[in-house]
Design a protein around this ligand. Structure first.
Ligand SMILES: Nc1ncnc2c1ncn2[C@@H]1O[C@H](COP(=O)(O)OP(=O)(O)OP(=O)(O)O)[C@@H](O)[C@H]1O
Length: 250
């Protein structure tokens, strides 16, 4: 589904990603862990197509198509979902209305008419029940005064409604308590299936107690220095990152 080959990316002429290779297949959950500043969020931004980063070498293929010419919106329409570490507040726009607009924008990009109101309501009801989201929450203004846990609930609700092929969840530095981590994890576990894939970016091994990844990658200084199974996350929790850092592991 996603194939990244020798990806190099820079911001203001500073190279952040220094040759990333990564392959994610349908049905898989991958986790990326790594110390502060290693490039985790940069990688998710570059996959999503954020324009502040320059891809200087390599390529990103999604379903065998090169993404380089596509802007973030076009990538979203192709089925790439990126959660936001710091989501924007939109006063006056409810969670439901925001979802309605997003879904219809995706449909329009595919040449489809707006989703009929009754179908939309049915979808909202189905997904909110699945994720135990109450009606009051759906009528609140998007992200306005949301707690960390509510932001996560909203993020997972968006993922459920949009049904992306690839979800990139950036949980770096989000200061989540255990309940918020569980919201993310329960949602991901309910939504994962053999046709979609998830890339979770995190510092915390404990998130991976709830979302069990198939593959764990360690990113250090813009490179994937180690890849393994879920046990690698436990090893990192126990030993830190020095032992996988080439110049420190002596
Ligand atoms: N907009 C930007 N302008 C300048 N430098 C940036 C920008 N975004 C990221 N960087 C730099 O890129 C490097 C990697 O940052 P990135 O946020 O990708 O790391 P991270 O692994 O996600 O870190 P953390 O775990 O602390 O969130 C850092 O040195 C950071 O300062």
């Amino acid at each position: 589904m996603l194939r990244i080959k020798n990806l190099h990316a820079s911001i203001d002429d500073k190279e952040i990603l220094k040759g990333i290779n990564l392959e994610i297949n349908p049905g898989e959950v991958h986790a990326i862990m790594g110390p502060n500043g290693s490039g985790k969020s940069t990688l998710s931004s570059v996959i999503a197509g954020k324009e502040e980063f320059d891809v200087t070498e390599g390529e990103i293929l999604f379903e065998n198509k090169d993404l380089s010419e596509l802007d973030p919106e076009e990538r979203a329409h192709k089925g790439i979902f990126l959660s936001f570490q710091y989501p924007t507040e939109i006063p006056g726009v409810s969670v439901t209305n925001f979802m309605r607009t997003s879904i219809n924008a995706h449909r329009k990009a595919q040449g489809l008419e707006d989703m009929p109101g009754n179908e939309m309501l049915k979808l909202i009801r189905e997904k909110s029940e699945m994720l135990a989201i109450d009606r009051k929450f759906l009528s609140r203004s998007l992200n306005e005064g949301f707690s960390g846990g509510e932001k996560k609930r909203n993020e997972i609700f968006q993922m459920a409604m949009l049904n992306p092929k690839l979800s990139i969840l950036d949980e770096t530095d989000s200061g989540l308590d255990i309940d918020a981590l569980k919201i993310v994890a329960d949602g991901v576990n309910k939504l994962r299936n053999e046709n979609n894939a998830v890339l979770v970016i995190t510092h915390y091994q404990r998130l991976l107690n709830y979302i069990v990844p198939d593959v764990v990658h360690v990113l250090v200084d813009g490179r994937i220095v180690k890849t393994g199974g879920k046990e690698l996350a436990f090893e990192l929790e126990e030993k830190g990152y020095d032992w996988v850092t080439p110049e420190k592991a002596v």
